[in-house]
Design a protein around this ligand. Structure first.
Ligand SMILES: [Fe+2]
Ligand SMILES: [Fe+2]
Length: 445
């Protein structure tokens, strides 16, 4: 029999448990999800169509020469489309979160009966996400139908938000080959167990990794299959790696908060001035409050919980680092000049922008649309500078968090990929390349 001494990490009381419990109770007592359900039930685009839903800065193409000469109705439409695009990504990310909450909860429950309440807490959070996702889809569907007019636009063309570039680059190659190698060496056994668990348990509950392009699968939708398989297997395989999932979830929470806090402030401003508050602004406000509980869970699980566990193995540290690296690579690698709080290249959303320019909002011919596309993407303008500030704000919050995690490599602790993505010069270079490629495909048609 092994006797645990006082020095054994396993004998330490996990001090993050009481704060997690308190956060769970606070969440149970709140009614923000109910408020969101109510707003979802009563939503009508027409009753919210003629006003801004957030500050003008949170509008697609804000700061571009096209925005300067747009009419008020066009500016409002661009503001609504920004809300729609942001919450499409939030909804996708939350579908992924439900999956990962479930598999990590299962791992924790099995590891220690003291963690049972964490599994309940996570089930409660997942239930809240289901209501959030439903609400975002309802608003997005009506908004898109009213502004763009086509019923089938939502699925196919919103996905262009994460339209992937297929150029060969070194980092994805490294990530995928290391994932392959680790998979071969370490994961065979674990994967079999995991797959059996997944088959018996999750199929019954209709839970599987959704084919979405959120924060965890990656906005680019370009993830290698080996990496896609590696993270779920890893995150579900040990309490340490489950804790690493919550560190990544905290990164997602901070990214969301970086935009949503601004809408929350806009809500407060309207309320102070006794002005009409549009339903989507209220939804963002209540979502911001509901997500605060989730953010607290992620923080304590990701930053503190693992410190009371046994030292992670070399394998666990590698997986944990690959996951943070992957998240940086997929979601935080560049700078948009036309969508605030988006840190990917605009070259990936050229088709999406063309759709907007040729939609009833602008009603441009293809020739006009291409003219404005080049003006907005390939030349420096205020939009890049506005987004660079938002980039640097997120960068400093991510750094402040990640420097707490002693298992991280410097490239992750210092968020180095994101740092190198914060360059207007590089963003313009990428856009020019993307524009030229796109122009060639148009010429062929
Ligand atoms: Fe949510
Ligand atoms: Fe959440």
């Amino acid at each position: 029999m092994t006797v645990l001494t006082n020095d054994s990490p396993k004998s330490r009381v996990n001090k993050s448990l009481p704060v997690l419990k308190k956060n769970y109770n606070n969440n149970l007592e709140s009614d923000y999800t109910e408020k969101i359900e109510e707003l979802d039930k009563n939503f009508s685009y027409q009753s919210n169509s003629d006003c801004y839903w957030s500050e003008p800065q949170q509008s697609i193409l804000y700061g571009t020469p096209l925005y300067q000469q747009a009419s008020l109705a066009q500016k409002i439409a661009l503001n609504h489309l920004h809300w729609l695009g942001s919450y499409k990504i939030v909804a996708d990310s939350e579908m992924e979160v439900i999956f990962y909450n479930t598999i990590t909860a299962d791992c924790l429950r099995k590891a220690n009966k003291d963690y049972e309440f964490i599994a309940n807490l996570l089930a409660h959070e997942s239930e809240q996400e289901r209501h959030h996702i439903h609400c975002f889809y309802k608003v997005n569907y009506q908004t898109l139908r009213s502004l763009i007019g086509a019923k089938n636009w939502l699925k196919a063309d919103l996905d262009n938000f994460s339209f992937a570039s297929s150029n060969f680059q070194v980092l994805p190659y490294l990530l995928s080959s290391s994932a392959n190698l680790i998979g071969k060496i370490f994961l065979k056994q674990q994967k079999q167990n995991y797959s059996q668990n997944l088959a018996s348990k999750y199929v019954d509950q209709s839970i599987s990794l959704p084919n979405t392009s959120g924060f965890f699968n990656g906005y680019s939708g370009n993830r290698h299959q080996s990496m896609r398989e590696l993270l779920p297997v890893g995150w579900a395989s040990s309490p340490f790696l489950a804790s690493n999932f919550y560190a990544v979830r905290y990164m997602a929470n901070l990214s969301l908060k970086n935009g949503e806090f601004e809408i929350h402030k806009y809500y407060q401003k309207l309320r102070r001035n006794n002005q009409f508050i549009p339903a989507p602004t209220q939804i963002s406000h209540y979502h911001f409050l509901d997500e605060a509980f989730h953010t607290t869970t992620s923080l304590f699980m990701g930053r503190d919980f693992y410190k009371y566990l046994p030292e992670p193995s070399a394998y666990e540290k590698i997986i944990a680092n690959l996951s943070v690296l992957q998240i940086q690579y997929e979601n935080l690698n560049s700078l948009s000049g036309i969508i605030s709080n988006r840190f990917e290249s605009d070259r990936n959303i050229i088709k999406f922008v063309m759709k907007i320019l040729q939609s009833p909002v602008f009603d441009m011919s293809q020739k006009e649309a291409i003219y404005w596309l080049e003006k907005c993407l390939c030349y420096e303008h205020e939009g890049f500078h506005v987004n660079l500030k938002i980039h640097n704000h997120l960068l400093s919050s991510l750094r402040e968090f990640l420097e707490n995690l002693d298992y991280l490599w410097p490239i992750n602790r210092e968020v180095r990929l994101m740092v190198s993505g914060g360059s207007i010069e590089n963003a313009l270079k990428n856009n020019i390349k993307g524009f030229k490629n796109f122009y060639r495909t148009i010429e062929k048609d």
